[in-house]
Design a protein around this ligand. Structure first.
Ligand code: PLV
Length: 343
């Protein structure tokens, strides 16, 4: 494999930087925009920057880590990818597989909507619907991964996935003059969290706290942090199915030993209202998983944390990871609102 040469000077060019962090091979993700949001800043009473992962190929941050894992698996000679997913990890796998000229099977639970299944098929994946929640689909994908030449592409629990996601922080480091006072992100199985922690460690931003968002009924990280050990939720009852891992990865819990993590949980209704408000404010339609993180800003939780003295430094500027919106449509937003009895 060819190594990308080191760029001269203190700041390296972003595209080359993205290539370098993937070990020299051109990654499938883009260097995503980082924009200040006036409406979010107004709502939060602090400067809010949006890291727009919703504009990545396939519509979420997942392509960073999953793309990297697929590239590495292909390099080692794998013939077929299999991924269990609530949607986005599957789409990233299907996209990477297509780029690499390999077939992909995506196992989704029945809670994954038909439009997501359709999109996966459009991307060329074979879709198998198995079980009610992601954890059951994952069991099936592990079985399929026993096939000769098949590689299991885990949606969140793999070091190469974290390494790929870490590129998000390297990009922040490249464009921000000073480190942010906090990073706000959603947690499902904890892959994004583990990747951002890896990135913070790589750039030496060890004192940047992370504020995590989940919805009640998909709050496996919050439960684990509170208990001090992994907790398996009895079921996923939240509508944010993309946050729906009944147990987070062990690495996610371990991250809390290495960096300050404050875990917050919102109601489904808050997440869906935040999706709608964000659409009006920023004209971008995201999914409830992302709405959970947005809800922390809109509900004034960040200021509350500050007033409660839970943050070491006052918040001046935060980065919010706008994690994805691939499976959203106007009709789905209307459905979710009526399901939750909103207007
Ligand atoms: N979604 C996974 C797991 O689902 C998937 O298969 O796509 N925001 C969005 C838009 C997501 O799609 C996900 C994960 C997350 C946040 C949470 O990321 P994680 O799992 O790395 O914490 C069951």
């Amino acid at each position: 494999m060819q190594q990308t040469p080191q760029m001269p000077g203190a700041t390296c060019h972003l595209v080359d930087m993205a290539a370098q962090c993937q070990g020299g091979e051109k990654p499938f993700h883009i260097v995503s925009p980082l924009l200040e949001s006036l409406s979010l800043s107004q709502a939060a009473g602090i400067q809010v920057y949006m890291k727009l992962e919703n504009v990545q190929p396939t519509g979420s941050f997942k392509i960073r880590g999953i793309g990297h894992l697929c590239q590495e698996a292909a390099r080692k000679g794998c013939q077929h990818f299999v991924c269990s997913s609530g949607g986005n990890a599957g789409m990233a796998t299907a996209y990477a597989a297509r780029k690499l000229g390999l077939p992909a099977t995506v196992v989704v639970p029945s809670s994954t909507g038909p439009s997501t299944v359709h999109r996966l098929e459009e991307l060329g994946a074979t879709v198998e619907i198995y079980g009610k929640v992601w954890d059951e689909a994952n069991q099936r994908s592990l079985e399929l991964a026993q096939n000769e030449g098949w590689a299991s592409i885990h949606p969140f629990d793999h070091p190469l996935v974290w390494q790929g996601h870490a590129s998000l922080v390297l990009e922040l480091k490249d464009v921000l003059d000073t480190k942010p006072d906090a990073i706000v992100l959603a947690v499902g199985g904890g892959g994004l969290l583990a990747g951002v922690v890896a990135g913070l460690q790589q750039v030496g931003w060890l004192d940047v706290p992370i504020i995590t968002a989940e919805t009640w009924g998909a709050h496996s990280f919050h439960a684990a942090l509170k208990a001090g050990h992994l907790i398996t939720l009895p079921d996923i009852t939240s509508i944010a199915k993309c946050l729906g891992a009944k147990t987070v990865s062990a690495r996610a819990l371990q991250c809390a030993q290495e960096i300050q993590i404050i875990s917050e949980v919102v109601e489904d209704a808050e997440a869906v209202r935040a999706v709608e408000k964000f659409l009006d404010d920023e004209r971008m339609l995201v999914q409830p998983a992302c709405g959970a993180a947005l809800a922390l800003i809109y509900s004034g939780r960040l200021q509350k944390l500050q007033h409660e003295g839970r943050l070491q430094n006052p918040l001046g500027r935060v980065v919010l990871v706008v994690c994805g919106g691939s499976s959203m449509t106007a009709a789905l937003l209307r459905d979710l609102k009526s399901q939750l009895g909103l207007e």
